[in-house]
Ligand binder design. Structure first.
Ligand code: WAQ
Ligand code: MG
Length: 255
């Protein structure tokens, strides 16, 4: 099996002194685990995606194609629910209510919501401790990128049929469900909150072992360039072990 990763970015003028007047903005990223004969199709799809992205045109696109040596672990899909929600305000209230039920501190939730609605987007996720609200990942501008994850081919057929019935059979939903399922599976992850940084995609989600994958429509306004992911973690999490799991442990999601 092979892990194919893409990330696209663009250099822009920046008025912040620290950055020498220029900074790299993240446009898009994608990745999956594939059989050798699927690599070129994956690259083509990712290339198309990066060149016609709603966040703008990239001036640099990186591809990494890496052989996966370790046997992937098998992880079940989270259950999918779409809740009714019509405004970002309501979305934040709905998410907050559930995060509180998972014993996450109110201040931590506030910190997380401001991280996600900031205009300086990361290409990875922020790890935030559930009680103290302390940011536990080291590269604050980048975050932790979940990697080495794929979908079981037979389970994908069944998932497709289910998503077609729900009228949400898109690559985006599938990729988000795969990522959320890998993330939620770890013992130290309490919950994830996600808002796309694409200005034309306004449905986000909250995921956890307890509530599954909860889709939240209208979590942000159309045209809004902000977005991001936060993983709420246990206070005493072994951080290097968790980051290694998220970034390096190959996982195939199925049922
Ligand atoms: N690992 C960690 N964080 C990531 C990753 C990754 N592999 N990929 C993206 N992110 C972070 C990063 O900060 C992005 O700015 C942010 O998430 C949003 O990424 O059910 O499209 O790819 O309808 O824009 C979810 C809802 C869509 C799907 C999520 O996110 C549904 C989405 P995007
Ligand atoms: Mg995006």
């Amino acid at each position: 099996m092979w892990n194919v990763r893409m990330r696209a970015s663009r250099l822009v003028n920046d008025h912040d002194e620290k950055s020498d007047g220029i900074k790299e903005v993240h446009i898009s990223g994608a990745e999956g685990i594939f059989e050798e004969n699927e690599i070129s199709r994956a690259i083509n799809q990712y290339l198309k995606r990066s060149l016609s992205h709603s966040r703008g045109a990239p001036d640099k696109i990186f591809f990494t194609i890496e052989n996966v040596k370790q046997n992937p672990i098998k992880i079940p899909f989270l259950t999918i629910t779409t809740i009714q929600c019509s405004t970002p305000q309501e979305a934040m209230e709905l998410a907050t209510e559930r995060l509180l039920r998972l014993d996450i501190e109110a201040n931590t939730i506030e910190h997380a919501l401001s991280t996600i609605s900031s205009n300086t987007t990361m290409r990875g996720a922020a790890l935030i401790k559930m009680k103290s609200g302390v940011r536990a990942d080291h590269d604050i501008e980048r975050g932790v990128r979940v990697s080495r994850l794929g979908i079981d081919k037979e389970a994908e057929g069944r998932l497709d049929r289910k998503l077609i019935k729900l009228n949400i059979n898109t690559t985006r939903v599938k990729e988000a469900l795969i990522l959320a399922s890998k993330v939620a599976h770890h013992k130290d992850i309490i919950a994830e909150l996600c808002v796309s940084d694409d200005p034309d995609y306004t449905t986000g989600y909250m995921a956890s072992k307890e509530f599954g994958y909860l889709r939240i429509p209208n979590i942000k306004n159309y045209g809004d360039m902000s977005g991001g992911r936060v993983f709420f973690i246990k206070e005493d999490t072994d951080i290097p072990e968790l980051i290694n799991y998220l970034e390096k442990t190959p996982a195939i999601i199925g049922d």
